[in-house]
Ligand binder design. Structure first.
Ligand code: ATP
Ligand code: MG
Length: 373
């Protein structure tokens, strides 16, 4: 029998330094242990710390529309810096957000013009109590969750998505201002069809992989239930990018008059959604709250697994207020499913949800009003 030894590369977050980030004017913290527990009352800045770490992994956050929201009120710029240890090498990451200028990305002090070169350094899975509402939430929340997960394994996707959004906004503004002639619309539609096809293709591809893993994780928690995931878009078929582009262009041509009349982009990746089924029944509509939580937990564990498979590294696990929200069975399943060497940063209002054995090996940081206390 051949023994397969899986070897994951070493990756640890060693330090985080924030300047003018949300409610932190100046913040520095050295991560000394593998598990860090951030404790603080509501609105003291727990989620902000996890968000800043996640930002270094995705250059985006589930909570923002614009980067400028991350800057401390009444300041012009923010910087997020981190020291990462990877295979015996220390790397320094820094993002400076200073609108309206483009954000600056640096690795070891050297500017990176391509976000993919920056995103390759650190990866993480962020699991927050608000994720538990993923199925109940709006399609845009599900699209954002999916996009952020894809950034972790296909860093090129960030540019493809940005391109799609740019063309879509240009077309929307054209539709809002156009005179009666529609000759430019064909040009926009051609570009939008390509950009949309790129996004839809990668989202479908990622979801197929995610479904493969999430099914197994889900079954381990609910053995008579079969989870399936479907990307809801203009077609159920798995087309290649060229075929997708043709189909989108054709559909865009069909809705031209409608788009002009309603002054809206009616077809594309921005209208899609993700469906989850248990034994072929639509979970968004019919699953109980507990069943929905089990699905989300399976998705998060699958995200983690996929990062490990794709980039051969164990990502950070950022658990925002989520452990206290899970019942004992799901909490144990989560903690047991995670290898001991994975770096976890956890937030909670208190230590009540954690047993003594868990707390023995944890570094506890207390936060109040944007400061360590
Ligand atoms: P909870 O336990 O309720 O989740 P939390 O400790 O996670 O609380 P955070 O979400 O980190 O709290 O937010 C802490 C505070 O940061 C909030 O009071 C919020 O108003 C503030 N805040 C958010 N954005 C900014 C900003 N750009 N500038 C200054 N303060 C901000
Ligand atoms: Mg919070």
């Amino acid at each position: 029998m051949i023994m397969l030894l899986l070897y994951y590369k070493f990756m640890k977050l060693r330090k985080i330094i924030l300047k003018n980030y949300r409610n932190y004017e100046n913040f520095e913290y050295d991560f000394l242990k593998n598990k860090t527990l951030i404790i603080g009352k509501n609105a003291q800045g727990k989620t902000n710390i996890l968000e800043s770490i996640f930002y270094l992994c995705a250059l985006d956050s589930a909570r923002i529309k614009k980067d400028s929201e991350l800057i401390l009120f009444n300041r012009d710029m923010t910087s997020i810096k981190a020291i990462v240890e990877k295979n015996d090498t220390e790397l320094e990451l820094e993002v400076v957000i200073n609108p309206p200028k483009n954000k600056i990305l640096k690795v070891n002090g050297l500017k990176k013009t391509k976000s993919k070169d920056f995103l390759r350094v650190l990866s993480s899975v962020n699991f927050s109590s608000s994720d538990l509402l993923l199925l109940r939430g709006e399609p845009q929340n599900r699209r954002k969750w999916l996009d952020l997960a894809i950034f972790q394994v296909y860093p090129l996707y960030i540019e493809k998505l940005a391109k799609f959004n740019k063309i879509r906004l240009q077309k929307a503004s054209y539709l809002a201002n156009m005179a009666l002639q529609n000759d430019m619309l064909d040009v926009f539609n051609e570009q939008l069809a390509i950009a949309s096809a790129n996004v839809i293709y990668l989202r479908k591809k990622y979801l197929l992989e995610l479904e493969r893993v999430a099914k197994i994780k889900h079954k381990a928690m609910a053995d008579n239930e079969n989870l399936t995931i479907k990307y809801q878009t203009i077609t159920d078929e798995f087309l290649n990018i060229e075929e997708l582009k043709e189909l989108i262009y054709q559909k865009l041509s069909e809705v031209k008059a409608d788009e002009i009349r309603r002054q809206q982009c009616l077809i594309g990746a921005h209208r899609d959604d993700i469906d989850f089924y248990i034994n072929e029944i639509d979970s968004k509509k019919y699953a109980s709250q507990g069943q929905q939580r089990t699905i989300v937990l399976a998705l998060k564990l699958a995200e983690l697994q996929i990062i490990k498979e794709k980039i051969n590294e164990t990502p950070l696990l950022l658990l925002d207020d989520v452990l206290a929200e899970l019942d004992n069975v799901r909490q144990n399943y989560l903690l047991n499913a995670i290898e001991n060497d994975i770096q976890m940063i956890i937030t909670s209002v208190d230590t009540l949800a954690f047993d003594d054995k868990f707390l023995e090996n944890v570094d506890i940081v207390k936060i109040s009003g944007g400061k360590i206390v």
